[in-house]
Design a protein around this ligand. Structure first.
Ligand SMILES: Cc1cc2nc3c(=O)[nH]c(=O)nc-3n(C[C@H](O)[C@H](O)[C@H](O)COP(=O)(O)O)c2cc1C
Length: 148
């Protein structure tokens, strides 16, 4: 199956979705903390795991979990006035979780500092090297572990 193709099978297929959005200007640390708190509360109930990176006026989020739950959550997040202009950079079937320990891990860092993310942004959903993508995600997971 091609990495950009959504699985067509039933509701239990797992996917991983990565998007980038612009935070509302002057978003406060407290607002970001509130997002993380409600995410953690809700995501465990929806079997969703992932990471939220905030910095440089941007949010980058990875959501992984059952296809229906992830897509439903993404649509809900799109309506949130604390950000705008969300762009999906990557979406793919997933056979395992990279962020299994985090209902929503949080990192403060400009997402575009990560070379691969700015490349993905420039070449949205094109010619994606799955291994590089997975390596970048594992690097995020390592950051979360180290931040503990
Ligand atoms: C950048 C961003 C990421 C978010 N990520 C999540 C998330 O992973 N899970 C979640 O439940 N809500 C997330 N939210 C919040 C939702 O938009 C919404 O406010 C929340 O789910 C409502 O929760 P409640 O019904 O428990 O108040 C996010 C919001 C923003 C702006």
């Amino acid at each position: 199956m091609q990495p950009n193709t959504l699985p067509t099978a039933g509701g239990s297929s797992m996917i991983r979705l990565l998007y980038l959005s612009s935070a509302v200007p002057l978003i406060s640390d407290k607002q970001v903390q509130d997002i993380l708190l409600s995410s953690r509360r809700n995501n465990s109930a929806n079997c969703i795991t992932g990471i939220l990176i905030h910095g440089g006026g941007l949010f980058m989020q990875v959501l992984e979990g059952p296809e229906q739950e992830v897509l439903r959550k993404y649509v809900k997040i799109l309506d949130d006035p604390r950000h705008s202009g969300a762009q999906i950079l990557y979406i793919s079937p997933a056979t395992n979780r990279i962020f299994e320990k985090w209902s929503m891990g949080g990192i403060e860092s400009d997402p575009l500092q990560f070379q691969y993310i700015s490349k993905l942004r420039a070449r949205r959903l094109e010619a994606i090297d799955v291994n590089t993508f997975t390596d970048t995600m594992r690097e995020f997971a390592k950051r979360l572990r180290d931040a503990k």
